[in-house]
Write a protein that binds this ligand. Structure first.
Ligand code: HGY
Ligand code: MN
Ligand code: MN
Ligand code: MN
Length: 399
């Protein structure tokens, strides 16, 4: 069954009418439907499916054992996300199993297709939550303390999803089974368009982190408070957001984004008492990202003082620059000689796993060059071609 056909089966799940894209936060009704879809497709292929203590779904061809080959990606999305970020890698893995079966491949080691929860961090704020729990990069206690924007705790949400929140955390047994990990993902930039190629091999992931900026001011009445009497945290925060962009623009290859900005209490005729906004900062060199964030903190302090407000900047998550396994990457480029080697500015579970098992990535051309948006897409031919390329890669590892 082709990738296109597989993705067509889920194209209505989690549609977000307002954005025209998708919103599939972890353990939402949409993501639970996607989990059911994946489990049904995996079982249809005779794979043995289990969901582990951290909510990762493993679909096994062969006994779960050390040194297995693992592929897969995620099914959750950002708000207003596209149809391919995550699901393409999962659907391609399912099609790769079909291709290997059609070729009569008898694996000499086990293969698992894995689906990692909360890769986007859209619900609880920490990207790659599932792979961080699996590897211990995120403690179970910290995870349990997280809440979503409606105040639901991760513990309650995971319990509602059928997991025991007291059982979250590093899973050496599951981790020990990963001999090699390969994630196929839609490209989230223009590399393959500019090179005119359908597939790339990944080299590295830019280090990236998320910082919460909380600005406190004086809530008051919009009509009875003279401008000279205000400590308006929205005005201060707006200047800070401008400073974030200005500072990032001064550093080659740096990226800093404010995509979430929340005044409280949020009334039209109310001067806010506080504003929270989040900075996503990235750069190929981790020390440069850190230096940029320091400059942002200094600018925020200066602006807050000038506006009669106070400000606090707290790091919420950090992923150092991840380099994929050189030997595995070389193997992929030898198998796929036409595929260029590209770094990516987007985070992936493969970036977390790279520290624990030889990991690599394949990227599929995205003619829009846009991602985290409904405009993201892959041509059917490129999607199917990359699933066959994934099958070629897996066959080499399974023989
Ligand atoms: O945000 C990222 O880089 C990834 O898409 N989670
Ligand atoms: Mn993704
Ligand atoms: Mn993404
Ligand atoms: Mn990913």
């Amino acid at each position: 069954m082709s990738v296109t056909r597989l993705l067509a089966d889920i194209e209505q799940l989690g549609r977000d009418r307002r954005s025209g894209g998708y919103y599939r936060p972890v353990f939402s009704a949409a993501e639970l439907d996607l989990r059911s879809w994946f489990i049904a497709e995996a079982e249809r292929r005779g794979l043995d499916v289990t969901t582990d203590r951290n909510g990762i779904i493993w679909a096994w061809w062969g006994e779960p054992q050390a040194g297995s080959v693992v592929t897969g990606s995620h099914l959750d999305s950002v708000p207003g996300g596209g149809a391919f970020d995550g699901p393409l890698g999962v659907a391609a893995a399912l099609q790769a199993v079909d291709v290997l079966r059609e070729r009569g491949v008898q694996p000499r080691r086990s293969l698992a297709v894995a689906v990692f929860p909360e890769e986007e961090g859209s619900r609880f704020g920490i990207a790659c939550l599932g792979s961080r729990l699996l590897t211990g990069k995120l403690s179970a206690d910290r995870a349990r303390s997280l809440t979503d924007q409606d105040g639901n705790t991760l513990a309650d949400v995971f319990a509602a999803g059928g997991l025991d929140p007291n059982h979250l955390g590093r899973d050496d047994e599951a981790l020990g089974r990963i001999g090699r990990f390969v994630e196929l993902h839609i490209e989230q930039g223009r590399g393959l368009i500019d090179l005119g190629r359908p597939i790339a091999v990944g080299s590295s992931i830019l280090g990236h982190g998320r910082w919460r900026v909380s600005v406190q001011g004086q809530g008051n009445h919009a009509g009875t408070t003279a401008m000279s009497d205000r400590s308006d945290p929205v005005v201060a925060a707006a200047e800070m957001v401008g400073a974030v962009a200005d500072l990032a623009e001064q550093i080659d290859d740096a990226r800093a984004t404010v995509g979430r900005f929340e005044p409280f209490p949020g009334g039209t005729n109310v001067i806010a008492s506080e504003v929270s906004f989040w900075v996503d900062a990235r750069h190929p060199h981790d020390e440069t990202t850190r230096a940029l964030v320091t400059r942002i903190e200094e600018a925020c302090a200066r602006i807050a003082a000038a506006r009669g407000c106070t400000v606090a900047v707290t790091e919420e998550s950090w992923s150092p620059t991840a380099h994929f396994d050189a030997g595995l990457t070389r193997e992929l480029t030898e198998l796929l000689p036409d595929a260029p080697v590209l770094r990516t500015g987007a985070g992936h579970d493969a970036g977390i796993l790279a520290e624990f098992a030889p990991s690599a990535m394949l990227f599929t051309r995205n003619p829009s060059g846009i991602s985290h948006s409904p405009e993201e897409y892959a041509e059917d031919a490129d999607a199917d071609h990359s699933a066959v390329a994934l099958a070629d890669v897996l066959e080499g590892m399974l023989r």
